[in-house]
Design a protein. Sequence first.
Length: 471
Amino acid sequence: MSNEATRYQENVHTPTEVVNKEAYPPRLVKSYPGAPRHALPWPPEKSAHRLGRMLADLGGITRAQWLTPLDMLPFTDSFEAIPDADPLQWLVTRRPTPSGGARYSSEWYVIAGPDSEVPTGVHYYDPARHDLVRLRAGDYRHWVASRPAATVLVQTNVFWRLAAKYGEMYYRLACLEAGIQVAQALVVAGDQNATARLCFPDADVTELLGLDPREEGVHAVVELVPPVPAAFGGPSLAAFPRAFGAHAAVLAESRPGPEPLPAAPSGDGERISLPLAAADLPTGTRTRHAAMRGFNGETMSMGTLATILAGYGQQPHWDLPANLVEFYCVVADVTGVPAGAYRYHPGEHQLELVGEGDPRQRLREAALAALTQQGARTANVWLLPVGDAETAEERFGNRWYRVQQAAAGAALHRACLAAAAVDVASRIQNDVLTHLLDDWFGLEGRKRSLLVAQLGTEHPAGLRPEFRLTW
């Protein structure tokens, strides 16, 4: 079967030319002049306001970095384009999650009910002012919620912010960024029992938010159910497992999880069992940043690799199948793991060898930019989620490309958070021709590697002076 998404995947691998760049304004924050506002507590990290803290951790302007002219080079066309008249132009603000070219195309909207921490209504989160702009009064949760949520968050992407730099590639980046944003939301929601949906009536939600779907697409919703006050707990019923099992079966049937996609059996490659590891994703949200100058080539321990992979393969609370993407990786200079390409099996916490040999030359040939090629020489791990377009299209129709790319972005972001918690640097890269590695991985049919993240010990010249703005 062929559709627009299939043609897009097969034909768009790199940015395309943007002829009329002047048509795209530099403004990165939306504004609603005259609309009523609701201030959120500042600083959010010292506040007990759950929703305000969560929104800051999703789309807030939370960090300031001081860059050098050499750091600015990847974001400009030449040395001549680097600002030098005012050193303050090298002070840049950052947000909590990675975004292609630091374009920050994601936006968040809040649909609040009477039990929410903010006034009932539909609001836009203004990251520059850390407040909410009321777009509609009244309770509209029934338009978007699939369960009795107190608050529903809606994630969108402003397409032109990415299109101004990447041309036709903007849609791929928007879908990947949706997955990154959802993964972040599920981590920073804390005790609010968050679940995400990427399959919902897009047109209705777009209309509710008053958006032009040609300019801004609705990609995900996150439903929040804050905890009720704790009650006195009764005695344990662990001595009656059969009774509990009968009750648990009813609960599971009342809210079934997504059905797995049809999957090919595992290969017969050599298996490596990894040490048990737990990924501390919340801690990673505080220290994750993109490795500005790549990596220094130090050897990585197997335990560290196991921690990264535990985050990579973790199943999030959402409406997508656990096997929408498969978890491939390339390893070099990791103690106890021979260099090569592997498929990670989260259930068994094992690596299955799919391609032998030193991978560095293959990775360099697939890399387009100098920084990515440097990572091909000096990183230890390259994570490449793989998706099967055929099975995804059969399940999701025209939505298959969007949700598969989102699942890939979410997997890589979880891995980067897990890595940051154990002081491993990372960088998600779009300037890699990942399809050049598919034969080495043994992929067949419409299976494709979708994206790459490089991980390793950060180069000592890569750390930049950085200040938290939300404490």
